[in-house]
Ligand binder design. Structure first.
Ligand SMILES: Cc1cc2nc3c(=O)[nH]c(=O)nc-3n(C[C@H](O)[C@H](O)[C@H](O)COP(=O)(O)OP(=O)(O)OC[C@H]3O[C@@H](n4cnc5c(N)ncnc54)[C@H](O)[C@@H]3O)c2cc1C
Length: 457
């Protein structure tokens, strides 16, 4: 056995882990980053980036289909899965190379191999032991499934769905959360017959109900079928197809089933419990400063209960790095983390839903205003519909923003700043939004809540 030492060992080189390592190196710390697969983790190789590349291919397919309508001569001749794959892989490869370069330039020692936590704190990789003053756990998450549903054959996780080298004729998507609606959206644009099954009453059930309903309207219009409030009951598979049965007796035939019912924390078998780390439903227990139950061991990213998003992982990684360096950084509460589903149309939000705001401040204590994108010139030009809904405290700050429509993910930052800085709509109303932009829809909502609507009643 060889022993090494470092200031900090980071276990897992995904969004949370590599962000922590980069910031620690910037702060002059000697960092070891242990990764068993590829730096960049789920987001870069199997999540955010490749799925958004697929969604862009889907957008181009839709644009080709609709081109004639706006006087552009183009036809949609079909999808070439091999070309889509090489486009997607090319993007991931470029980003991966860039990340590897950055990690090496910052002088971070990368150890390839599967690590496990030991008391000390230390991380064991094979016969080697890496001791450090602090250890950061960042081992990420895996696809959950349901009892009686094994991911194999025609039953796919998001990872296998990404790798599918055919455009299927019919797909059933189990789960109407972000991953489910994004894949449903891509497949529909590729010409697939798609049916989503969601156990809760709405698609994207964690979003403001008006966003969920707007997405459901848009999906219905696109021919995406969904069963809401229905549960998976069983599945039968033949060589050529699958039949999914629901708890109300409905049966759905398809070529493939995508299981998108959530992601569990990757914390088993890594020595966490043996080293004294408290777990709750598999997630690492932390306090608000991301300290685990063992001194000098921290946790970031998807293994910490809450929103499983790459940018939350980045923020938590930076936070812990600065905390270790004694900089007393400000906390990053989940409620301030922006959320985007990149489907067609997109759904973006930050802050409280109207229902959460009512619960906190009472129905009389808040005001919500919904601006319809039908009044927004740029949205009309690009052919999208949807809503911008802003929730404010009566005579107080903006509490939440909920947007639906193509490209609205790019608008969420303004609302995020307003919420983070506790701005009142009256503070934002004087700031001019360029015309014609989709951002004007946000401006209109702020103007209306400030009592001076422009293109609205
Ligand atoms: C299909 C899909 C689409 C997504 N789209 C988005 C999106 O658009 N936007 C967004 O914000 N989020 C998205 N996410 C979520 C995002 O990918 C995760 O929130 C993010 O990757 C979490 O970062 P992490 O560092 O916690 O974990 P991960 O990125 O999973 O990284 C963990 C790393 O640890 C390594 N590891 C695990 N165990 C060990 C061990 N014992 N030893 C050494 N290494 C180990 C793994 O190999 C991995 O590289 C998506 C996820 C999926 C699945």
């Amino acid at each position: 056995m060889t022993e090494y030492s470092a200031d900090v060992v980071v276990l897992g080189g995904g969004s949370g882990g590599y962000a922590a390592a980069l910031r620690l190196a910037e702060l002059g710390k000697d960092v070891v980053l242990v990764e068993k697969d590829k730096l960049g983790g789920t987001c870069l190789h199997r999540g955010c980036i490749p799925t958004k590349a697929l969604l862009h291919a889907a957008e181009v397919a839709d644009a080709a289909r609709g081109a004639e309508e706006i006087g552009v001569q183009a036809t949609f001749a079909g999808i070439d899965p091999a070309r889509v794959r090489s486009y997607r892989e090319g993007i991931v490869a470029k980003k991966f190379k860039g990340l590897e370069g950055l990690i090496s330039t910052r002088g971070i020692r990368v150890v390839a191999g599967e690590g496990s936590l030991e008391a000390g704190p230390a991380v064991r990789v094979g016969d080697d032991l890496y001791r450090a003053s602090d250890v950061i756990l960042a081992t990420g998450s895996y696809t959950r499934t349901l009892p009686g549903l094994e991911i194999a054959g025609r039953v796919l996780s998001s990872e296998q769905a990404l790798d599918l080298d055919v455009v299927p004729a019919r797909v059933v998507v189990l789960g109407g959360g972000v991953i489910g609606v994004e894949f449903a959206s891509v497949w529909r644009s590729f010409g697939v017959e798609v049916t989503i099954v969601e156990a809760l009453p709405h698609l994207l059930p964690a979003e403001d109900v008006s966003s969920s309903k707007a997405l459901e309207r848009a999906f219905r219009k696109r021919g995406i079928a969904f069963h809401l409030g229905k549960r998976f009951s069983s599945i039968t598979e033949t060589a050529a197809s699958v039949t999914v049965s629901l708890d109300d007796g409905t049966t759905l035939d398809a070529d493939y089933v995508l299981v998108a019912v959530g992601r569990g924390p990757a914390t088993a078998g890594l020595g966490f419990e043996e080293a004294g780390i408290g777990l709750e439903r598999g997630f690492v227990q932390t306090d608000e400063r991301l300290r685990t139950t063992v001194p000098h061991v921290w946790a970031v990213g998807d293994i910490v209960a809450g929103l499983q998003l790459a940018h939350r992982g980045f923020a938590q990684g930076i936070f812990v790095a600065e905390e270790i360096a004694g900089l007393a950084p400000v906390l990053v509460p989940d409620i301030d983390v922006p959320r985007v589903a990149y489907s067609h149309p997109e759904v973006a939000s930050v802050g409280l839903t109207e229902a959460q705001a009512q619960e906190r401040f009472g129905a009389e204590g808040i005001r919500a205003y919904e601006y319809n994108l039908a009044g927004n010139g740029r949205s009309e030009i690009i052919g999208t519909s949807g809503i911008v809904k802003i929730v404010r405290r009566v005579d107080g700050p903006v509490l939440g923003a909920h947007l639906v429509g193509d490209r609205v993910g790019e608008l969420i930052t303004e609302a995020q700043l307003a919420i983070g800085w506790e701005a009142h709509p009256e503070d934002i109303a004087p700031f001019i939004h360029a015309h014609p932009t989709q951002s004007e829809a946000l401006g209109e909502a702020f103007l209306a809540l400030a009592g001076k609507p422009l293109h609205a009643l």
